[in-house]
Design a protein around this ligand. Structure first.
Ligand code: 3AM
Length: 179
């Protein structure tokens, strides 16, 4: 069974800007710009019935189109960095959409997510890089800011990669049209 997660895609012009941030941390694996996304709900490896239930529950999510802005860079894993990302500026519709995806996961019979929602676009993953190199990178590039871009759909992605970072396949797309 593929690994599933729901997400918002990153438009091409924003991805191009993010791609300009690739490089500059020794040993980091930079995400292919085609695979940039904002994860809404990680599902993982589930059976077909659970996948179908989640997919159907997502189809019932009502959400009007909204816009997002990427603001600033950061990292996960302080002393031992494991990812560098672009942050998403605070957005009430995004938080609400994440809640709806959490409800869809519950309806599909999945355990509740315990981690806080921290919306981001992962730019690079890493295992044994120097924390100082990441800090230097962030001090040079951290002021990154995009204009607002429209979010008109979310998608259910599958991934067969074991390490993350793609390639991802859009299994189903959900246009935003309901309030
Ligand atoms: O690319 P981002 O950071 O949005 O880190 C994984 C990736 O997130 C995350 O799901 C996205 C698609 O692979 N992920 C992987 N394993 C996870 C887990 N066990 C996880 N998120 C939560 N729990």
């Amino acid at each position: 069974m593929p690994r599933l997660f729901s997400a918002i895609e990153v438009p091409g012009d924003i991805a191009e800007r993010l791609a300009g941030l690739r490089g500059g941390i020794d040993g980091a694996r930079w995400v292919d710009p085609d695979n940039y996304h904002i994860t809404l709900r990680f599902i993982g490896d589930v059976d077909g019935t659970t996948a179908e239930r989640f997919s159907e529950a997502l189809a019932k999510v009502a959400c009007a189109p909204f816009s997002l802005t990427l603001d600033g860079l950061g990292s996960f894993g302080r002393g031992r960095p494991r990812a560098v990302w672009a942050g998403v500026a605070p957005s009430t519709p995004l938080v609400s959409l994440n809640r709806d995806h959490e409800k869809a996961a519950t309806r599909a019979g999945l355990a509740a997510e315990t981690r806080n929602f921290h919306p981001h676009v992962t730019l690079a993953r890493m295992k044994r890089v120097k924390a100082r190199d990441v800090a230097t990178y962030l001090s040079h590039n951290g002021a990154f800011l995009t204009g607002a871009f429209p979010v008109t759909r979310f998608v259910l992605y599958s991934s067969r990669a074991s390490k993350g970072g793609g390639p991802y396949v859009v299994e189903r797309a959900y246009p935003l049209d309901g309030a």
